[in-house]
Design a protein around this ligand. Sequence first.
Ligand code: PA5
Length: 447
Amino acid sequence: MKSLELDLSGIRSLVSDQELQAWQTKSDAYVAQLHAGTGQGSDFLGWIDLPATITDQDFTAIEAAARSLQERCDYVVSIGIGGSYLGARAVIEALTPTFAAYRKEHSAPQVIFAGHNIGEDYLSELVDFLSDKRFGIINISKSGTTTEPAIAFRILKGLLEQQVGREGARERIIAVTDRARGALRTLADKEGYQTFVIPDDIGGRFSVLTPVGLLPIAVAGFDIRELVRGAREMKAQVDEGVPFAENLSALYAAARNSLYQHGKKIEILGNFHPKLHYIGEWWKQLYGESEGKEHKGIFNAAVDFTADLHSMGQWIQEGERTIFETIISIATPDRELRIASDADNLDGLNYLAGKRVDEVNKMAELGTRMAHVDGGVPNIRITLPQLNAYYIGQLFYFFEKAVGISGYMLGVNPFNQPGVEAYKKNMFALLEKPGFEEATQAIKSRL
Ligand code: PA5
């Protein structure tokens, strides 16, 4: 079976082989700490063994719940934010046919996302759109107390109950949340919703292979068993005991940290395939939230090429030399489309006649890589043989394992996110949430 490949040749002008190799001892130690649970954040390491521990029963339960929503709904709103949102969206956007043919080619309900913003227009337009549609809701929140999804759920639950009554809504709402704690657990138990549990030891951004990601992905009609199979295969490749020189996650972590030590403080994740946009969003959260701590950490951005070569391309090529890039490449596209010959050749494109569009894309990719390396932007390349659930599963696990190692190399706890509480505290104080009286007084004195 083919596998994801990692190519570090594009960092060699800055990071020597010896420099990379020098990480070996530390890397082995950090991998051992991750597996033994002796490093920082050891309460949140459930993702390490997760792919291997999902049972046939687990899959069957998720698939049955997905079928029940599929039978009743043309649209399913997946409500969640951050780790309770991005993994499912990344897979669904990557695998769904892009254009209007969606409904014809792909018979599953359309999964719509909400609860990842507090946009009044967004929510109001969604309510209008759904008001005459057959829809259901997957409400996802590990803490069960996050404001954005809670607002979206209150509004959409109201709409659904208006449409199909409380009993009908109960058949169309599934909650994914903590086993015992949080407002969503209380509400789900009281209303009698079907629930799936997010394990205590798996943080939001590592939860894509729990029901958080698997349920919406299954509802959208994609093969969650393949996704997990890919993650399992990758787990074996980056497990404890795999030599550093062969461990793709360890090598990626070492490369990033070497580059960081050379002053490369920004990493852009680029793709040449528009369907990978949300993989970039998922990755940004995984790396940004895991590493940006104690005034340290690589800043993560994501770009969609070639579109962004016509905007950010200038900065990347000639701006401050604090950047490196990681490109996700797809070896073989699903479809084949060739450029036709034209008798008049007014657009001057006949030199491409007969070529596949992907051949042009690949040369754009190679040309970009060479230009960026020449311009002082080291390049890491990750190649997926194809864009399918199996290889996305590999990619997810590869990145998860790498961020655990990389965070330890950086000297931070990659499994917490204390910084995300600051805005919430201010927002609650400004909104005069009960329990925040002191903070309200303090913040109002600053206005
Ligand atoms: O990775 C994380 O922990 C966060 O991004 C959370 O996923 C996000 O804040 C949503 O939290 P919750 O699932 O508790 O609503």
